[in-house]
Design a protein around this ligand. Structure first.
Ligand SMILES: *Cc1c(COP(=O)(O)O)cnc(C)c1O
Length: 414
């Protein structure tokens, strides 16, 4: 078998945890019996199935405990995307006479594209702007909420910039005006404390694979009393809120992962944050013409988005890959497009920087030695690429013209 001795395992420095995370060994261990011996259907009358049902209940209790809510307020879904879609679907279906939605320009596609679909269907949408640090202006939010607003949807923390939004204040505004509030908390859970007793929100989405559970499992919190409209129509599972036989092993894994996430908040905000800061200082202090994308203060403790003038993020990723270093670039697609991501564009990151953006996202498994490898190698990579950059200072104008032309072509084929 290929997954045998340690030397056969991929040797990577994995700094792409906002994209996905490794499954925690504790999570896997808890899941395994439900992928082998305990395969009963949780809805069956026999005790063999009941054993699985019992573990699903325990998982629901664990998720609820980690969020400080009632287990009955948790619906298991297939992913963060389904949770976001379901929340928006529920909110707009509950108030069909309300035809206005408030959201931001920097949402994850799970919200962004669902709201775009609603916009095509005739909803009017207020797309809230962000400043250069990716921050929202609370006054803009207040002004945007109207009598016919069906839902306000604002992510808790941005996956690219790491900027944290003032969801408590936004939730309070919504409550005051009687408008449902949804937050995409996929990047917040496990990184900053989430307490639903103190957060006035009505729907909250989370995803397993961003917190060391497997891919393909998510959860949606629906505050008691909020109208719910199933997205997946079928059996009576999830108390009629989501048809389909439960993804038992993954639900059980998510329960464990949520327990670990809650217990790890302290480590995340001390040790992991210190490693992120070490990375940041090691790069910003050494590489000229580099800047940080994101709020310098209110930022996820594990995230560093950093932009280097005149070079391509993709080229840096390829060279980092030779050292087994995994990170992300700030581009929207991997097809060689020159279009920076919608988040960096919304932040107004200067053109010559936006293409040279890299995102490093750390986890509880990140070590100091790994960070030091990046701090040692990246300055050399940047220097090497700049030496051969078509965007070098002399040919800046020409390079920009070429890139603008490429973007225009790209847009016309969207
Ligand atoms: C990853 C992510 C999602 C989508 O979660 P999936 O489980 O991959 O569908 C939604 N929102 C944010 C902020 C994310 O980072």
């Amino acid at each position: 078998m290929s997954h045998g001795p340690a030397q056969d395992k991929p040797q990577v420095i994995y700094l792409d945890n906002n994209a996905t995370t490794r499954v925690a060994p504790e999570v896997l261990e808890e899941m395994l019996p439900f992928l082998s011996d305990y395969y009963g259907n949780p809805s069956s009358m026999h005790s063999f199935g009941g054993k699985v049902g019992g573990k699903i209940n325990q998982a629901r209790e664990r998720v609820a405990a980690a969020l400080s809510c009632d287990p009955r307020e948790i619906v298991f879904t297939s992913c963060g995307t389904e949770s976001d879609n379901t929340a928006l679907h529920s909110a707009v279906s509950a108030r069909p006479d309300k035809r206005h939605i408030v959201t931001t320009r920097v949402e994850h596609p799970a919200v962004l594209n669902y709201v775009k679909l609603l916009e095509q269907q005739g909803y009017s949408v207020t797309w809230l702007p962000v400043d250069k640090h990716g921050r929202l202006d609370l006054e803009h939010v207040r002004e945007a909420i109207r009598a016919d607003t069906a839902v306000v949807s604002v992510m808790w923390a941005n996956n690219e910039s790491g900027t944290i939004f003032p969801v408590r204040e936004i939730g309070a505004m919504c409550r005051e005006k009687g408008v449902p509030f949804h937050t995409d908390a996929v990047q917040a859970v496990g990184k900053i404390p989430v307490n639903l007793k103190e957060l006035p929100c009505d729907y909250l989405a989370l995803s397993g694979h961003k917190i060391h559970a497997p891919k393909g499992i998510g959860a949606l919190y629906v505050r008691k009393g909020m109208l719910f409209k199933p997205f997946m129509i079928g059996g009576h599972q999830e108390r009629g809120r989501r048809g389909g036989t439960e993804n038992a092993a993954s639900i059980i894994g998510l329960g464990k992962a949520m327990e670990l996430a809650a217990a790890g908040i302290q480590d995340e905000n001390t040790r992991v944050k210190a490693l992120r800061d070490r990375l940041e200082k090691g790069l910003i202090g050494v590489i000229p013409e580099a800047l940080i994308n994101g709020d310098p203060v209110n930022r996820l403790p594990n995230t560093l988005s950093i932009a280097f003038k005149y070079i391509e993020g993709e080229a840096m990723l390829l060279l980092l890959d030779q050292f087994g270093i995994c990170a992300s670039s700030g581009s929207a697609c991997t097809s060689g497009s020159l279009e920076p991501s919608h988040v960096l564009r919304a932040m107004g990151v200067p053109f010559t920087y936006a293409h040279g953006s890299l995102r490093f996202s750390l986890s509880r498994y990140t070590t100091e030695a790994e960070i030091d490898t990046v701090v040692r190698e990246l300055p050399k990579i940047v220097a090497r690429l700049r030496a051969m950059s078509p965007f070098s200072a002399d040919s800046e104008t020409e390079g920009q013209h070429k890139a603008v032309a490429a973007c225009a072509v790209e847009r016309s084929t969207e």
